[in-house]
Design a protein around this ligand. Structure first.
Ligand SMILES: Nc1ncnc2c1ncn2[C@@H]1O[C@H](COP(=O)(O)OP(=O)(O)O)[C@@H](O)[C@H]1O
Ligand SMILES: [Mg+2]
Length: 235
């Protein structure tokens, strides 16, 4: 479904991604793990067209997308939940969700998706008239994910959804990510520093170090890998 082939992304003269190759099949949950500064966010930003690669190729369903504008990439069905749950704090929950659907014209289906989102996150239903900025950190992350779902993505990109949240909330959010994948068949690319939880959820995983992919395997195999255990699982 998505193929990054030898991409190289720069910030000015600084090369952040070095020959990154990643393949994601339709229906999969794939995780990208790595330390702070490894290049995980840059990988997502490269896919979304915000920091396009200087070299290499990105293809979605067989078509090259690395020269498209971010809006065009969203319209193809690739949607990102950025790091730090950037919701609109001065808008209500419902208004935030409407923003997620702003490129769509299928009114009836939007209503169905709103019901689906409230079904996944009943707490947001209770808080639909509350301002986004007054929600707890976990609720804001739920809103950020829900807003992305309102665009009806085929591929959902999640940038460290567990960052700064309490263990119980993280568990809840990861269970819902699994549910989104299983129930709507949405393909998920999950970037995480929380390697243990991410590898338990994902089908396959990539490990990134200093802008390079150093390991790729089934998530269950990576969980048993000695280098991964030592560097990322604290074992
Ligand atoms: N806007 C930017 N300008 C310059 N360098 C950046 C910028 N964003 C990230 N970097 C650098 O690129 C590298 C990868 O960063 P990033 O993709 O944010 O890593 P991660 O998400 O894995 O923590 C880091 O060395 C970081 O300092
Ligand atoms: Mg990051």
């Amino acid at each position: 479904m998505l193929r990054l082939q030898n991409i190289q992304t720069y910030y000015g003269n600084i090369q952040a991604l070095k020959d990154v190759t990643i393949d994601i099949e339709e229906g999969e949950i794939v995780t990208l793990i790595g330390a702070n500064g490894a290049g995980k966010t840059t990988t997502l930003m490269s896919i979304c067209g915000i920091t396009p690669p200087r070299k290499g190729e990105i293809a979605f369903k067989g078509s090259r997308i690395h020269q498209l504008k971010p809006e065009s990439i969203v319209q193809l069905g690739i949607c990102q939940v950025p790091e730090g749950r950037r919701i609109f704090p001065g808008m209500t929950v419902l208004e935030n969700l409407d923003m997620g659907a702003f490129l769509r014209k299928d009114k009836a289906a939007i209503k169905t998706d709103l019901d689906m989102v409230f079904d996944l996150f009943p707490i947001l239903d209770q808080r639909r008239s509350q301002l986004g900025g007054t929600l707890s950190g976990g609720e804001q992350q739920m809103l950020a994910i829900s807003r992305a779902l309102m665009a009806r993505p085929r591929l959902l990109l999640l940038d460290e959804p567990s960052l700064g949240l309490a263990p119980l909330i993280i568990q809840q959010i990861f269970e819902i990510i699994k549910k989104i994948n299983e129930e709507s068949g949405t393909t998920i690319f999950l970037v995480e520093q929380n390697a243990n939880q991410a590898l338990k959820l994902a089908h396959r995983g990539y490990v990134m170090e200093n802008g390079r992919i150093t390991l790729v395997d089934k998530a269950s195999v990576l969980l048993e890998n000695d280098a991964v255990k030592k560097a990322y699982l604290g074992l």
